[in-house]
Design a protein around this ligand. Structure first.
Ligand code: MN
Length: 208
């Protein structure tokens, strides 16, 4: 193959700030409190907060850069998860498995204090705390969700394959992830507990 047969993208300079702002981003999306129905184990606490704070309250945002969708390209972005509590449970993102389940992802903490909550469909579960300068290299096959266990925004830099996609239904079908991250009195301030509503995953979600 000669060079003229291959569409070569141009390198792009991005400026990425500890606030999560990206100069050069191609897309931003936001999640609001009203988007988080059936995400928290304590539904009554979520309903009470919607009543008190409004469904339009911003709870997290993502800024990202993508130059193409094809295999081999990377998406680079930041996630900013605001602090909060729903009963004992800390503020979380919806979480997902990649639609192409074998696609990996890097999460690097820029600011704040959080936990990456990670499950496999066959029942493994991990909770890894992240403070600025720490990163998790998430292999393919792991469902992942961010949790803010601090008082400030939890901001991460992420990068993953542009063709990965997101499967959110795998978590809702299972009654949530296997563990919840809840407040406790330890110095760490949080612990992982079994989610009583979790019913197990459907391993056929791994087929891609
Ligand atoms: Mn992901």
């Amino acid at each position: 193959m000669t060079g003229s047969d291959i569409a070569v993208d141009q390198p792009v300079l991005l400026e990425i700030f500890p606030t999560g702002a990206i100069v050069g981003a191609t897309r931003r999306y936001e999640k609001h409190l009203g988007d988080m129905q059936d995400v928290y184990a304590d539904n009554e606490s979520w309903v009470a907060q919607v009543d008190a704070l409004g469904a339009d309250l911003l709870v997290y945002s993502v800024d990202e850069h993508k130059y193409q969708d094809g295999p081999g390209a990377l998406i680079v972005g930041t996630s900013k998860l605001l602090p909060g509590r729903y009963g004992d449970e800390f503020s979380i993102t919806r979480g997902h498995l990649h639609a192409k389940a074998n696609r990996a992802e890097l999460y690097y903490c820029l600011s704040g204090r959080g936990v990456m909550l990670l499950d496999t469909l066959d029942g493994q579960s991990k909770a890894i705390e992240l403070t600025p300068g720490q990163a998790v290299n998430v292999p393919g096959g792991w469902l992942h969700r961010s949790v803010n266990v601090g008082d400030e925004p939890f901001i991460t830099l992420f990068s993953y394959a542009a063709d990965a996609g997101q499967n959110y239904a795998v978590i809702s079908r299972a009654g949530g992830m296997k563990q919840l991250i809840v407040a406790d009195e330890s110095e760490q301030g949080w612990r992982a507990v079994e989610n009583p509503k979790h019913t197990g995953y459907d391993e056929t979600d791994l087929r891609s």
